[in-house]
Design a binder for this molecule. Structure first.
Ligand SMILES: [Zn+2]
Length: 287
């Protein structure tokens, strides 16, 4: 059964590790992530952007697929199904479809509007036992066609949103979605420390987990980050493994064209990426 992310994140905060959010795009992605989490006894959050939800034929299909896999794969570790960077309408749709966790991203609105819309979701999520992530300070890079500038969140605004009673808070600290440019100056730990000091116990979320050096990830966890989002890195490892299979001509040998064979190296690559991230995040054996 899907669970809210609340308990797993509070445990992570108290235990000084982070839970990984790995975004899913299809059956192979979902299966690979769930199998790795189960094997490593790690709690896990499956992230779904609105674009990926649409690609997978809508949120009902996603919920049906994930619930089917929890049963079919005998998954016993805690799993949250989470809307990533949701609009207000998308959040409502996912709540109705059976998601166990929601991110409402109001970071591109003026703070008053972000407060108003986040407030409207807090009570509903509370009643239904759904965890709710809010965002302050747009995170850089591109997410479903929306390009943020990588600003740093204002700690006072973080406090206002946190005090609404959300479960976890994503705050821009110089992190970027997608690949990091060579001249990226790194995470702003001074900003993270200020935010943490202002919001207190609230588990913090680090978006754009791809390509942040391991020492920075560990430092961020020590400063209160309890959830780290990984999306691009699985895409890169999947496509590299798939390209290798085709370039080596393996699809031309025997029944190598069987889609289950063509996609197998990519699945193994996703598993390796998820395992590597879970080792860094410290969540292995925490289920
Ligand atoms: Zn994000």
């Amino acid at each position: 059964m899907l669970v809210s992310a609340k308990e797993m994140l509070n445990k992570a905060r108290d235990g000084h590790y982070a839970v990984g959010q790995f975004n899913i795009n299809n059956l192979e992605w979902t299966k690979s992530i769930l199998q790795t989490a189960e094997e490593l006894r790690a709690p896990v959050i499956l992230g779904v952007s609105e674009g990926a939800g649409k690609y997978m034929c809508g949120f009902d299909t996603v919920v049906g697929m994930v619930n089917g896999m929890l049963k079919g794969l005998n998954i016993t570790v805690p799993v949250a199904l989470h809307l990533d960077h949701g609009t207000f309408e998308g959040a409502k749709a996912c709540i109705n479809a059976g998601f166990s966790s929601i991110m409402f991203d109001g970071s591109h609105y003026p703070i008053e509007e972000n407060l108003k819309l986040t407030t409207a979701l807090v009570n509903t999520c509370d009643i239904l036992g759904i965890s709710l992530e809010a965002e302050v300070g747009a995170i850089g890079g591109e997410e479903d066609g929306v390009v943020g500038m990588g600003e740093c969140a204002d700690p006072a605004e973080c406090k206002m949103i946190a005090d609404l009673g959300v479960t976890m808070l994503a705050a821009g600290i110089g992190n970027i979605h997608g690949k990091y440019p060579a001249n990226w100056p790194g995470l702003r730990f001074d900003v993270l420390e200020n935010i943490k000091a202002t919001v207190g116990d609230m588990p913090l979320v680090l978006h754009g987990g791809t390509g942040i050096p391991e020492d920075m990830i560990k430092k961020a966890i020590s400063l209160g980050v309890a959830k780290i989002n990984v999306n691009t890195e699985c895409q890169l490892s999947f496509s590299a493994a798939t390209r290798k299979y085709i370039e080596e001509g393996k699809d031309l040998v025997g029944k190598g064209f069987d889609p289950r064979k063509v996609l197998a190296p990519g699945c193994e690559a996703i598993k390796a990426t998820v395992r590597e991230k879970m080792e860094i995040f410290g969540c292995i054996g925490k289920a």
